[in-house]
Design a protein around this ligand. Structure first.
Ligand SMILES: Nc1ncnc2c1ncn2[C@@H]1O[C@H](COP(=O)(O)OP(=O)(O)OP(=O)(O)O)[C@@H](O)[C@H]1O
Ligand SMILES: [Mg+2]
Length: 264
């Protein structure tokens, strides 16, 4: 009987129930729940376990390299940030409305933290998310020029319901003569996504500097026209949390804070 039961569970791929069968049967013997209660509990545990693995897989596939949360963000440290507005964004209505989002501001102020937290929430809600630093995404697209996989790569960056492009302005956007500018590649992508699915961007440089960074002022203007003019804009003006942590560490160890050292 038990052997047959295990085979059924295997066939149905109820792996969690299979792995915990002894415990489930023991507790049923001890507590003698009504049949329907027992069956519901067994199925509930399998559903919960499958849902968790699905979310885990979605997070891994999204490219999110850290699991940041809004709960872990110290809003008191960054008082110019409108907490209730950020919490509202965290409910992901902007993704449902296909709105774009652009966060600019000084280093260490939490720009990437917010987008990573929104990305994590979106994964938990079953939304297809892709996260990348701007330079890595452009490099990936341009790698497709050599083997004609550019159109496929462009499609794969176009399809996620929420695309997070982090750190525009950080890192060098490489460009060979036979490559389009970063501005052209980014424009192709944003134009395909705009109004259809959400794109969220953080920028470490002023929007007026995008032309120089991306290699084409006119095309950068066209990107910003789509992203920033009709999207949600947040600018964070405030202290760096990285510096705050470095200062705390230095205070605790009695050394000079790294970021205040004369050679830095
Ligand atoms: N107010 C905060 N409360 C808690 N952690 C914070 C806060 N602000 C930033 N952090 C943490 O500090 C680190 C730096 O923040 P983050 O990467 O979001 O900065 P950034 O604005 O994207 O900086 P950069 O412009 O250099 O990319 C991260 O580990 C982040 O989780
Ligand atoms: Mg950042």
């Amino acid at each position: 009987m038990l052997l047959r039961l295990r085979r059924h569970l295997e066939f149905l791929r109820l792996t969690h129930v299979l792995a915990n069968l002894d415990e489930l049967l023991d507790s049923a013997l001890r507590e003698r729940p009504a049949h329907a209660v027992f069956l519901e509990n067994v199925l509930y545990r399998e559903v919960a376990s499958k849902t968790e693995s699905r979310i885990d897989r979605r997070i891994r596939n999204s490219g999110l390299n850290e699991r940041k949360t809004l709960e872990a963000f110290d809003f008191n440290f960054q008082p110019t940030v409108n907490k209730s507005f950020i919490l509202e964004l965290g409910r992901l209505g902007f993704v449902q409305r296909h709105d774009d989002l652009v966060i600019t501001g000084q280093p260490g102020t939490g720009k990437s933290h917010f987008l990573k937290a929104f990305g994590l929430r979106a994964c938990q809600h079953g939304i297809r998310v892709r996260y990348a630093r701007c330079v890595d995404m452009i490099d990936d697209l341009h790698a497709g020029l050599a083997d004609n996989s550019y159109p496929r790569r462009l499609r794969s960056w176009t399809s996620p319901t929420l695309l997070i492009i982090d750190d525009v302005g950080l890192g060098q956007v490489r460009k060979r003569d036979d490559e389009p500018t970063a501005a052209h590649s980014l424009f192709n992508l944003i134009d395909l996504r705009h109004g259809r699915v959400s794109t969220a961007v953080t920028s470490n440089i002023k929007l007026s500097e995008w032309g120089k960074y991306l290699g084409d002022a006119t095309v950068a203007g066209a990107i910003l026209d789509r992203l920033a003019m009709y999207g949600i804009r947040i600018d964070i003006n405030g202290p760096s949390y990285r510096k705050h942590l470095a200062d705390e560490r230095a205070k605790n160890s009695g050394t000079l804070p790294m970021l205040d050292c004369p050679e830095h």
